[in-house]
Design a protein around this ligand. Structure first.
Ligand code: C2E
Ligand code: CA
Ligand code: CA
Ligand code: CA
Length: 279
């Protein structure tokens, strides 16, 4: 093919600012990386605060780089969502996570649950129920040990087929958690109509716990919402003993955070599970 000449090139020589440039490069690299399965699933334990047992692990995506560095999901998940790549990537995570959990059951952690995050964009093509069913079949994981974490944006969607797909997934026997509670949608109506097993209190509410005297009115309110709707309250981002003690006093059911463990690669979380009581 003939070049169109220098003039044309100069026409498109728009100056990207550094951030756009980086984003652009990342999008270009995302598709082949998804095709080549260059991603890794890390797992972070969720602890039952009453028994100190590991109740679940949450699957969290990582993109390791050839130079040894790591790209975190906050960078690439939004790009995967806008490009549609979250559909194959999300299916891959589901399969990995179910397989990992089934393996832990074989290792004797027979009640361990695995939690997988879902993006709104994964509901766009209508294939999600089939993808979930397939992941369960491939891994032979019993459906009650899979928990899907949904944000308020997903639950508040009244257009499209999101609700139908959630019903179809629920009828497989899979459970749900409401993620990042308190940061999203303000219409709480969905809380009464949608039955989730867990309500995850966003890290921003947990951050400041244990610092001041009256630092916890919102957290206490959220725990009581969870309680009155029959959901387990989960505190995300617990980093300190004082925060943990306050949460226990307030009757929070489960906790997750650096206090116990950062998200870990599969072999390391397996070690964590073997050194820790599990359900
Ligand atoms: P998230 O679902 O709210 O996950 C919890 C995030 O909090 C994780 O960040 C975790 O590493 C971090 N975290 C946990 N405990 C602590 C703590 O004690 N202190 C602090 N500072 N942070 C803590 P991560 O792994 O970077 O993930 C960020 C977000 O990316 C997730 O937030 C989730 O929204 C999204 N994400 C990750 N993996 C997936 C995935 O497979 N699919 C989709 N759709 N989204 C994902
Ligand atoms: Ca989550
Ligand atoms: Ca969260
Ligand atoms: Ca989040």
């Amino acid at each position: 093919a003939k070049r169109n000449g220098r003039n044309r090139y100069e026409y498109y020589d728009v100056r990207f600012d550094e951030e756009n440039d980086e984003k652009f490069t990342l999008i270009q690299r995302l598709r082949p990386a998804v095709q080549a399965n260059e991603f890794e699933v890390y797992y972070q334990p969720l602890i039952d605060l009453a028994s100190n047992e590991v109740q679940a692990v949450e699957a969290l995506l990582r993109w390791p780089q050839k130079d040894g560095s790591m790209i975190f999901p906050d960078k690439f998940i939004p790009l995967a969502e806008s490009s549609g790549l979250i559909i194959p990537l999300g299916a891959w995570v589901l399969n990995q996570a179910c397989e990992f959990c089934a393996k832990q059951h074989e290792n004797g952690h027979t009640n361990l649950t695995v939690a997988v995050n879902l993006s709104f964009a994964q509901f766009k093509d209508g294939t999600l129920p089939a993808v979930v069913e397939q992941a369960l079949q491939n891994s032979r994981l019993a459906p009650q040990f899979l928990e899907l974490e949904l944000t308020e944006t997903i639950l508040a969607d009244e257009n499209g087929t999101t609700g139908e797909q959630l019903e179809a997934i629920k009828s497989l026997g899979v459970h749900f958690a409401i993620d990042d509670f308190g940061t999203g949608y303000s219409n709480l109506n969905y809380l009464q109509t949608f039955s989730a097993r867990k309500l995850k209190i966003d890290r921003i509410f947990i951050n400041t716990l244990g610092i001041g005297e009256n630092d916890a009115p919102l957290v206490a309110a959220i725990i009581s919402i969870a309680d009155s709707l029959g959901m387990k309250a989960v505190a995300e981002g617990i980093e300190s003993k004082p925060a943990l003690e306050k949460l226990i006093k307030m009757g929070c059911d489960l906790g997750q955070g650096y206090y116990w463990s950062k998200p870990l690669p599969a072999p390391e979380v397996e070690r964590f599970l073997s050194n820790h009581p599990t359900k």
